[in-house]
Design a protein around this ligand. Structure first.
Ligand SMILES: *Cc1c(COP(=O)(O)O)cnc(C)c1O
Length: 376
């Protein structure tokens, strides 16, 4: 390294840039928490870059902790997992019509099929027996084959199998209401799923594993477990049903880059929406809404510095936020925790979701590319 690089390295030691740290031990603990509630196979869903935590580190931690399958939205995401050396079965479930399923097949990736047209296109193009999961719309109207066309889909799968083009490796649905943690709310989807499974078996397509529930179903409603549960949010510390405490699996830190004393009556940030009510200190953190800090935040929003919670002062800018630290004056380089699993003064992703009027999924999956990634 030349001197300039060495100097930059040294400086970056002092001023640790904004960093999102993934905590694999928390992912493992979350898998264990799911395992304690179901005997079904666990699929670790790592779409959207592992809900912002890094698809590969989350997948590795989940598999090491006992998840038997991986799930992603696209084939490209699944291929990246294969490239990283993950060898467990992978299912993908959202494809434009006319995908090259042979590429998936060659990499040992299963694909969900959600309509008769999709399956017809797949069968027409397949060179080898593609492993498919027949996907029924169990009440969400977001993809999935309508119940009224299920028989036709199953018949086509039979023909495809006869011609050596497909192997039916699974039957799936998705729960629209599992976050209510109410078995009643899931009952019609569970009934639809049973129906889907019955038709597949009756057609002579064997007994492929059936899967319906995601995190909330896995944690709260055994009737939704079938042979496998698909757990995404739960891996990174989110129980959408709000009934089970999971382990936060990431920590976002940012260094103080600037600190100044400010007299009482100082308006802070765009629009001067926050005015200091006493002599205080203001510290700037180099993260803003371009980095995923939600701009729509209530005045309760805050961060941890030096073991205490301090409020975000004024509007969140594109690249920075200002923190009102009162009588405390933190030198540049002091590391603030924007969110983390610690509790106490450290806000959680659930706190940020509440402050922003959203769900924690959007907080973790929205952290921008400027933020460095690290793995604990
Ligand atoms: C995202 C997703 C899941 C995982 O849901 P979580 O609530 O995050 O556990 C499961 N199945 C499908 C089809 C999904 O799209």
């Amino acid at each position: 390294m030349n001197r300039v690089a060495v100097e930059a390295e040294r400086r970056s030691d002092t001023f640790r840039p904004p960093t999102l740290q993934t905590l694999p031990a928390a992912v493992a603990a979350n898998v264990a928490r799911v395992r304690a509630r179901t005997r079904s196979t666990i699929m670790a869903v790592v779409k959207a870059d592992g809900y912002g935590h890094g698809a590969v580190p989350v997948a590795r931690a989940a598999v090491a902790a006992g998840a038997e399958w991986l799930g992603t939205t696209s084939i490209a995401e699944a291929l990246a997992l294969r490239a990283a050396g993950l060898t467990v079965p992978i299912l993908t479930w959202l494809h434009p019509a006319g995908i090259d399923a042979d590429e998936a097949s060659a990499a040992g990736i299963d694909v969900a099929v959600s309509s008769v047209d999709e399956l017809a296109a797949l069968v027409a193009r397949a060179g080898t027996a593609v492993r498919i999961h027949l996907n029924m719309d169990t009440g969400m109207a977001r993809g999935g084959c309508p119940r009224g066309q299920w028989d036709e889909l199953v018949d086509l799968a039979l023909l495809g199998r006869r011609d050596g083009k497909v192997h039916v490796a699974g039957v799936m649905g998705h729960l629209p209401l599992a976050d209510q943690a109410d078995p009643e709310a899931n009952a019609s989807a569970v009934a639809a799923m049973r129906d889907a499974v019955r038709t597949v078996r009756a057609a002579g397509l064997g007994t492929p594993p059936a899967h319906l529930g995601a995190t909330a179903g896995a944690l709260t409603d055994p009737a939704t477990h079938f042979d496998m549960v698909r757990v995404g949010a739960g891996l990174v510390g989110i129980d959408p049903s709000g009934t089970v405490e999971m382990h936060g699996a990431s920590r976002l830190t940012a260094p103080v880059v600037h600190t100044a004393a400010a007299p009482a009556g100082t308006p802070v940030g765009y629009g001067g929406t926050y005015v200091t009510d006493r002599a205080t200190h203001l510290s700037v953190l180099p993260v803003g809404y371009a980095d995923g800090i939600p701009r729509e935040c209530s005045p309760q929003a805050g961060v941890e510095i030096g073991g205490r919670r301090f409020p975000v002062a004024g509007r969140i800018s594109m690249d920075q936020i200002v923190i009102d630290t009162g009588s405390a004056s933190f030198p540049a380089g002091t590391v603030a925790t924007v969110f983390g699993p610690e509790g106490g003064a450290t806000p959680s992703i659930h706190d940020w979701a509440r402050w922003a009027g959203t769900i924690p999924h959007t907080i973790v999956s929205g952290i921008g590319p400027r933020v460095r990634r690290s793995i604990a």
